[in-house]
Design a protein around this ligand. Structure first.
Ligand code: SAJ
Length: 422
């Protein structure tokens, strides 16, 4: 493997120190690059410089500590000169489902004054088609340097799964698309220095589409699972059992139904395709709508089960968008809670990972005391180990709606619980 010096790349400026940028910055520093991490949030910059990690992620503390101890990672508020600039900033959607590229725009504008001949700029953030060889390259060209001749631009979309970030950062195959061959080759050489997976070279537009299609495919798959759950319910069948048995067919692989799709990627990225190709992306748009309506479906089912109960109280277990992460961005839990509250239920929610949430969180005891129903929305590992009998004694009624099908059903039933799955 080439050393950073042999690549002609010694310093890397990483813009965005969030779920993607911080692990990458730390891994690059550990691999011998001198990394300047840039974040516009002063609290993030000072936390990292003090060796603290503002994100819950397996092993991240250790690698950030190692990077800081190596003296090759430091955080600052503004970019400065470097051999490579990597952009890992959020690309959310607006309420009307159109892409909000303001963070990419701001990052590109902040790089332009520091761009020098021979520099490479890599975009890791997920973006709508033609952003790399469009908006991004155009803003960088305001530096006065010529793209393809004096500076190089590539898109290497991140692929990490939160909860497995450090493993996937290193082991996953990567797709690197350049605005020209030279840009792609330069970026590929950099990534080959860092990752153990294969690095594929292509054009910027293909790399953009690959990323969007990956997440859209997962969204469509989850929408199908949610639809199977709804169809099964119509016939009084357990959707999870239907899926489990269908998956025993050698060529069927249905995903898991749940309370909806959350996180900052899967509920967002497919809209970029719908916005860019509204006529062609009909299935993708439908899947989005199905998954977005799933929290209401779950809330309606919960209220149905509680019909006739005066002042029903629901104990919500888990508000993170998925199990064992502290991330509640775009979480379906918030929509479920809102719909339950609007439907007249009192809700008290508990989550051992999430620290900040739009709805007040309580502890387990406070959440289950006097409750008529436990509504499990997130499959955090801790929930599996609670003692059903002890919990049941604190509740008004022994009802459990396990939307993830993750609790040991027989044990809960033995403790007198009526268990409902999706
Ligand atoms: N979910 C289900 N049923 C399933 C699988 C997931 O309801 O069978 C739900 C989860 O509970 C969660 C949501 O979908 O609310 C998304 O979770 P996820 O684990 O599918 O994905 P993310 O958002 O954590 O990460 C995805 C990954 N993309 C793919 O697997 C194609 C990851 O590799 C990407 O890097 C990441 O998006 C991203 O940043 O784009």
């Amino acid at each position: 493997m080439a050393e950073p010096k042999e690549l002609g790349i010694e310093t890397v400026c990483m813009l965005g120190l969030g779920y993607v940028g911080l692990p990458m910055a730390a891994v690059m520093a550990v691999n011998g690059f001198k990394v300047l991490g840039v974040d516009t949030r002063p609290d993030v910059v000072s936390a990292i410089n003090a060796g603290q990690v503002p994100i819950e992620e397996v092993g991240l503390n250790t690698v950030v500590q190692a990077a800081m101890n190596s003296g090759r990672l430091r955080a600052q508020a503004q970019p400065s000169e470097a051999d490579v600039f990597i952009i890992a900033v959020p690309t959310p959607i607006r309420p009307d489902h159109t892409a909000d590229l303001s963070y990419v725009e701001r990052a590109a504008k902040s790089i332009a004054p520091h761009l020098r001949p021979g520099n490479l700029v890599v975009l890791e953030s997920t973006v709508p088609p033609n952003t790399t060889d469009g908006l991004l390259t155009e803003i960088l060209a305001t530096s006065g340097l010529k793209p393809r001749e004096e500076f190089f631009v590539a898109h290497c979309p991140e692929r990490i799964l939160p909860g497995r970030t450090l493993t996937e950062l290193v082991e996953n195959d990567r797709v690197v698309g350049g605005i020209d061959q030279e840009s792609a080759e330069r970026a590929a050489a950099l990534y080959r220095r860092m990752v153990e997976g294969e690095v594929f070279v292509t054009s910027a537009i293909v790399a953009e589409l690959v990323k969007l299609v990956e997440n859209a495919s997962r969204d469509v798959g989850i929408a199908f699972a949610n639809e199977v759950a709804r169809v099964s319910r119509r016939f009084g069948a357990d959707g999870q059992e239907v899926i489990r048995l269908a998956n025993r067919h050698p060529r069927v692989r249905i995903l898991q139904p749940g309370p909806g799709v959350g996180g900052h990627c899967i509920p967002v990225d497919p809209w970029f395709l719908v916005e860019a190709a509204p006529e062609e992306a009909a299935l993708i748009a439908t899947a989005r709508r199905i998954n977005d309506s799933q929290p209401n479906w779950v809330a309606a089912r919960t209220l149905e089960v509680l019909e006739g109960v005066t002042s029903p109280k629901v104990s919500v277990w888990g508000v993170a968008y998925k199990g064992n992460v502290d991330d509640a961005r775009e979480t379906p839990a918030l929509h479920v809670i809102e719909a339950l509250t609007q439907g007249g239920a009192e809700v008290s929610a508990v989550d051992f990972h999430v620290k900040r949430f739009a709805f007040p969180l309580t502890d387990l005891e406070g959440s289950v005391t006097g409750a008529d129903c436990i509504l499990l929305l997130t499959d955090h590992r801790e929930f599996r180990f609670f003692e059903p009998e002890a919990i049941g004694q604190k509740m008004r009624q022994r009802l459990l709606f396990d939307t993830r099908g993750c609790l040991p059903r027989a044990r809960w039933e033995q403790a007198g619980f009526r268990v409902i799955t999706i």
